[in-house]
Design a protein around this ligand. Structure first.
Ligand code: TXA
Ligand code: MG
Length: 317
């Protein structure tokens, strides 16, 4: 249980209090359209160090900085024409752009974890927007879950995982997209898909051309860590049905009626929105293994399969 005063419905009063906490160097969890974020003032080294400590996050894993608009973003990072075009098309929204830091960039070096780039996005969720306006500082925010665990799409999930470490959790109801932003970087003139996410490759490629895969040897983009998003239970992927003792996470209309189903109609958007909360629910049931039915690898399916593969990966003990 966490102290009741740490959890607040995201009304104007609570958002004002949250802005004050951020300016003072505290930690505020808040909803975005993708997942809940664990936010701190992106200009404040001590506050950013607090994020790494609260999550138990490896220091080499850089953070996404949330800003109000492209103009704000361009005061910190260098935008190529393609980066600007992507921002114009998808901001506010679940697209993160990794761009070179400007020489006079006022953001904490810790958000970049030693890289000379910075990841930024303009969130679309009304609470996130109101918080940015109220705080008047850029907000660094990784997903609000202990490092390596399932992301949080509900305020109660944040409270369970990080409650003792945050100063305030703004409860802004469930996240509508449910899967993290797509992260795009640039190598010379080419766009690189650093993390598949809420905006599908098919929507981006008209602007970027064919997206390249990330070169794992040179970018420490740790959503790329092999084991991540891990529930307690083991995962068995591409299962047609549950075997003895397994709990089934179904997809589509051909599934047994009793099973928890990511989307009965086979809708990938609905499946993405349900992914983390359903994995949490099955995990909480105490099952040893969650058997997951196959998900088509198109549209949001690429991001869903990415998270499932990492959740299934062998973990360090
Ligand atoms: O939807 C989202 O993106 C959520 C909400 C809260 O905005 N945030 C989120 O943050 O998912 P996080 O920290 O869980 O994931 C950030 C991803 C990581 O894979 C990280 O390695 C990558 O972005 N990243 C951040 N800065 C980077 C950089 N400078 N270069 C390469 N990758 C970077
Ligand atoms: Mg995360």
């Amino acid at each position: 249980m966490i102290a009741a005063e740490k959890l607040a419905r995201a009304d104007a009063g609570a958002i004002a209090r949250a802005g004050e906490i951020l300016r003072r160097g505290g930690l505020v969890a808040f909803p975005t359209e993708t997942v809940y974020g664990l936010g701190a003032n992106a200009r404040d080294d001590t506050a950013i160090a607090g994020i790494f400590a609260a999550k138990g996050r490896p220091r080499f894993n850089p953070l996404i900085v949330h800003v109000r608009d492209l103009k704000d973003a361009e005061s910190y990072g260098k935008f190529s024409d393609m980066a600007r075009e992507l921002a114009a098309a998808f901001w506010p929204g679940p697209l993160t752009l990794v761009v070179p830091r400007k020489r006079d960039c006022a953001l904490s070096l810790l958000v970049s974890a030693g890289l000379d780039t910075v990841a930024m996005r303009v969130p679309a969720h009304p609470v996130a927007k109101a918080l940015l306006a109220e705080a008047k500082v850029p907000i660094a925010a990784p997903s609000a879950n202990p490092s390596g665990k399932l992301s949080a799409t509900r305020a109660c999930d944040v409270a369970e995982g990080l409650g003792e470490h945050v100063d305030l959790i703004l409860d802004g109801s469930d996240c509508s997209v449910g899967i993290e932003s797509t992260v795009i970087g640039f190598e010379s003139d080419h766009a690189v898909l650093l993390r598949p996410g809420a905006i599908a490759r098919e929507e981006l490629e008209p602007i970027t051309g064919t997206l390249r895969a990330a070169d794992k040897t040179h970018i420490a983009a740790p959503g790329m860590l092999e084991s991540h998003y891990a529930p307690r239970a083991a995962l068995r992927l591409n299962a047609r049905q549950a075997q003895n003792g397994e709990a089934l996470l179904a997809f589509g209309s051909g599934a047994p009626a009793m099973a928890l189903n990511l989307s009965n109609s086979g809708n990938l958007r609905e499946a993405a929105a349900n992914l983390f909360s359903m994995l949490r629910k099955l995990d909480a049931s105490g099952t040893q293994t969650i058997a997951v039915m196959p998900i088509p690898n198109e549209g949001l399916g690429e991001a869903i399969n990415d998270r499932l593969a990492r959740a299934a990966a062998t973990r360090a003990p």
